[in-house]
Design a protein around this ligand. Sequence first.
Ligand SMILES: Cc1ncc(COP(=O)(O)O)c(C=O)c1O
Length: 446
Amino acid sequence: MDKHTEKHFNKGLSELKQWRESFGDAATDKSLQVDDERVAEVFGELSTRLKGNYPFHHPVYAGQMLKPPHPLAQAAYAMAMTINPNNHALDGGPPSSEMEKEVIAELASFFGYGDEYLGHLTASGTIANLEALWIARQTHPKKKIAFSANSHYTHERMCGVLGVEGIKIPVELSGDLMLDQVQPEEIGTIVVTLGTTGLGEVEPLHKILPWARTHGIRIHIDAAYGGFFRTLKDSDVIDGASWKLMQEADSIVVDPHKHGLQPYGCGCVLFKDPEAGRFYKHDSPYTYFTSDDLHLGEISLECSRAGAAAVALWATLQLFPLKEGEGFGPVMRKCREAALRMETLMNESDGLKVFKKPELDIIGYFPAEVQTTSEISAKSKEVFDAGMREQSFYLSLYKVPASGFAEFHPQIKVDTGQVTILRSVLMKPEQKNFVPELIQRIEAHL
Ligand SMILES: Cc1ncc(COP(=O)(O)O)c(C=O)c1O
């Protein structure tokens, strides 16, 4: 935590301490006290073990979707955690439940929903998508749920959990979904991913929407990764066509714990029609008493949820508005520009080749001096291992069907069914400046 944040954090903690003490003596029971030497030992071991992580905080880590939360989110979360509110019922945390309702209103308005909507935070993108697919099943019980071959595996898996038949739609090289390969009358809901997990592809909502409307098919948008890129919908750095239509979708998932600067434990699901709430309806003999206002547990599948997650997101959105010119916009722009810079530099060098044009801030690439798909896989793995071994760079790997790969790179001989390439998620704005150094470090291992 930087000095600036620490000052406000300490002040906040001391105010909360005074508030706690205002209730009178509540000294910690002896049973909860631990010998200082033993604490020192355990915390010593803890620091050692935690250093076994990769340096997610540093621009040198250009692997998976991982980075620490913003220090301000850490501080807000830690302050709330000293109270540990539970956003299940208003009984468990009135202020943090209010804050959750406020951030949901902000997110709903950011995605273009009107005054009427329904939504809540969740533990993760997986749970948020599960809830969206559950509502898809409840509204169209006899119909299937469709998703593209590039969608997150959770959709296929959750269809299994829900007992709904899922249809995987193949994707063309252009990124268009092969909608002519499905029977539209069988489908109740189609999942459209804005920012795929693999390479950050933006599925063409602007083309899928008219097709879905013609056939009366609902749309669920999985923007778990990409959602915050909507701040750039009118900018010159991304194609805004799909982002501008998000308000047309029946449900939207976004993960503040990915690009929203939050610690893990913060996903979000939104429904355009608040009527979705009727499927959640339940009562509890021991829960909803302190207020007649909406208790968030009445509209979510999870019961206990961290009020601290809502508090941290609330504070973050106060300090980082969801705007193109301030707050989140400049952060997202830098990440996008990092990927564009990486693409340009690779196109200018002989060492690495871009697999396909990045659409957001995730880029796939491979060593250029190879002839076959088996050599690409072997060399990519070698480079990936070397970076981690020498702690000089951290990348991820990505498997592509070799036939699709060859259509992008016909000069490469296909001698395997799949090809493994290198992949970088550039989700730290600092990476825009670090990209030339990163490429140099990777190329030193080719
Ligand atoms: C597009 C997309 N959907 C869903 C998920 C699952 O989210 P979580 O890991 O928060 O459960 C991810 C995670 O990477 C994702 O990228």
